[in-house]
Design a binder for this molecule. Structure first.
Ligand SMILES: Nc1ncnc2c1ncn2[C@@H]1O[C@H](COP(=O)(O)OP(=O)(O)OP(=O)(O)O)[C@@H](O)[C@H]1O
Length: 224
């Protein structure tokens, strides 16, 4: 689905990482850990096509993104649902409209009525549909961000620190939604500092934990 092949990235200074390869297969569940500043968010951005590697190659569904026509790239990116670290809502719009935004942007706003009720119910936010994002708790915002990430029925879900600012109970709730998506066959990739979250996931699904450190991506120890 998504493949990084011998990838390096630099923001202009030294290389953040190099020689890095990663393959996200259907139904896989990966965690990405590593010290702050190691490049986890950057690596996720390479995976969803927000950044282009300084060397090496990114392939979406078997096709290299280098030289891919803009339309084809956009279509592939719609197959990837992203939960951003800071959620990135439009604060002046009600929650329901924020969640439906990917459909609106794709010119399919009329489909929102068919998907939204179930989706908001799934993340437990039905009664908050008309609230603005600043009126929601951190956990509610994260669940709304997940609902928005899956409204286009993506095949891959990428989440950047989805439980960063929420309590353990809410983290568990969010994790169970991600596990549910994975059991439906979706590939999941989560960047996190939260080792307890990884342990909790391991009790439910088969996960692979990768650690980004010293410019390299390594498999994390079995003690996690
Ligand atoms: N747009 C940018 N321009 C220049 N440098 C950047 C940019 N974005 C990130 N960096 C730098 O790249 C490095 C990696 O950042 P990144 O956000 O990928 O790390 P991270 O592992 O996700 O960190 P954290 O765990 O703190 O979120 C950091 O040193 C950061 O300051």
């Amino acid at each position: 689905m998504i493949e990084l092949r011998d990838v390096a990235y630099s923001y202009g200074g030294g290389e953040l990482f190099s020689g890095l390869s990663l393959s996200l297969a259907p139904g896989s569940f990966h965690f990405l850990t590593g010290p702050s500043g190691a490049g986890k968010t950057t690596l996720l951005k390479l995976c969803y096509g927000d950044l282009v590697p300084t060397s090496g190659e990114v392939a979406f569904w078997g096709e290299a993104t280098t030289g891919m026509a803009r339309d084809a790239l956009a279509l592939n990116r719609r197959r990837i649902g992203v939960v951003h670290q800071d959620c990135q809502f439009l604060d002046h719009l009600p929650l329901a409209e924020n969640v439906a935004l990917p459909l609106t942007v794709a010119g399919r706003h009329h489909e929102a009525a068919a998907y939204l009720p179930d989706l908001l119910g799934w993340v437990g936010l039905t009664r908050h549909a008309e609230r603005r994002p600043p009126e929601l708790s951190g956990g509610e915002r994260q669940r709304a961000a997940l609902a928005r990430a899956v409204i286009m029925s993506p095949e891959v879900i990428i989440a950047d620190e989805p439980t960063g600012n929420i309590d353990w109970e809410m983290s568990q709730r969010l994790l169970s939604l991600l596990v549910e998506l994975n059991r439906m066959g979706k590939a999941v990739l989560i960047a996190t500092h939260d080792l307890n979250l990884i342990r909790a996931a391991k009790a439910q699904v088969s996960v692979r934990t990768l650690r980004l450190k010293d410019r390299q991506l390594i498999a994390a120890g079995a003690d996690l």
